[in-house]
Design a protein around this ligand. Structure first.
Ligand code: NAD
Length: 319
């Protein structure tokens, strides 16, 4: 143990092993980033129970939807093929261990850091932390990658010891390239854990850390979602298409590749709706609530399953 001692004499080990829960857009990529940085990483997800009509039409099987195969599909596309970032060790990324939440939850007691990256839904996250606490041991840091759900509420009802080890660690998409990491402690989070996490994120993960308060959508998404809502409104008012908006907000603004709508496709339109809903439900000012309303067009796209790169169709079609 090298991290000093927490309240109650618990030791804090160096972060050498991590587990990521949720093998979606963010979870798989966070696992990839950790592995690339030399951390032994396990990736867990739920066991898929059924296929959607779209998946059936594509001829996908349940086995192909499993976490191992999803990781390998995502890996082929994004994790292992991308041009090397500063932290890239292909061999490590390929060594990510995978498992499922039904059979392998016990492995969490062996790691130093558990990162939750499941769907943006408070109840699902609360249930998961209740389960995690059953195998958790003092000294294991637990964090959520939520885009903006209240960190404190997620662990309401959990023990004081568990809450003292819990915080938000909000990565940005794609986690290997986006330098920003918001760190969101609650009033219960042990200060030593916060300092340790910051040092680890900066030194080992190559991140630029920003301290954020546990307010709806923290800092970046509070501003980002608002900006997108305005862009949307203007785009519709002025009859612009996503390509035109992206031309202006992409290279012209100094972004190398992904501009407004390409970023939305990458994020996932369903996730964007969850994130907007969360901030709208949690801000008090009626004017601010109005500013975070999800445009009808975006809702319609989600209903059609046009949720971005992960479904093959968003504002742009994936080729
Ligand atoms: P995603 O839709 O790609 O993946 C969600 C994962 O959650 C899936 O693998 C799914 O199997 C799993 N899941 C669904 N129901 C579950 C349950 N009941 N129990 C356990 N797992 C379950 O979502 P994502 O974009 O990877 O987002 C994950 C988290 O990261 C969310 O909290 C999101 O707000 C946050 N986030 C997303 C982005 C982004 O750009 N997409 C960026 C930063 C943070």
């Amino acid at each position: 143990p090298s991290g000093g001692f927490l309240r109650g004499g618990t030791s804090l080990a160096e972060i050498k092993r991590a587990a990521v829960i949720g093998a979606g857009v963010m979870g798989a990529a966070i696992a990839g980033h950790l592995a690339n940085a030399g951390i032994r990483t396990t990736l867990l997800d739920i066991v898929p129970k059924e296929l959607t009509d779209k998946e059936k039409a594509k001829g996908l099987t349940l086995e192909e939807k499993s976490v191992r195969n999803r990781l390998s599909r995502m890996g082929k596309e994004r994790l292992f093929k991308e041009k090397p970032a500063p932290l890239f060790h292909k061999k490590m990324a390929e060594k990510i261990e995978v498992g499922n939440l039904e059979d392998d939850l016990h492995c969490l007691s062996e790691v130093d850091w558990v990162i939750e990256a499941v769907v943006e839904n408070l109840n699902i996250k609360q249930d998961l932390f209740t389960r995690i606490e059953q195998v958790w041991k003092p000294g294991i840091i637990v964090s959520s990658n939520t885009s903006g759900i209240s960190i404190r509420e997620m662990v309401e009802g959990r023990s004081e010891a568990f809450r003292s080890h819990f915080l938000g660690t909000h990565f940005f998409n794609p986690p290997r390239y986006m330098k920003l990491l918001e760190i969101i402690p609650t009033k219960d989070t042990d200060r030593q854990i916060v300092s340790k996490m910051k040092a680890f994120a900066e030194e080992t993960l190559g991140k630029g850390v920003v301290d954020a308060k546990d307010t709806p959508n923290f800092i970046a998404n509070r501003i980002g979602v608002y900006g997108l809502a305005i862009t949307f409104q203007k785009m519709l008012e002025e009859n612009l298409g996503p390509d035109e908006v992206d031309t202006v907000t992409g290279r012209a603004m100094g972004r190398p590749k992904s501009a407004t709508f390409r970023t939305l496709d990458l994020v996932g339109l369903d996730t964007f709706v969850h994130v907007s809903d969360n901030v709208r439900e949690n801000v008090q000012d009626p004017e601010e609530k109005k500013a975070f309303e999800v445009p009808e067009l975006l809702q319609e796209m989600v209903e059609k399953g046009w949720i971005g790169a992960k479904s093959g169709q968003g504002f742009f079609k994936k080729v």
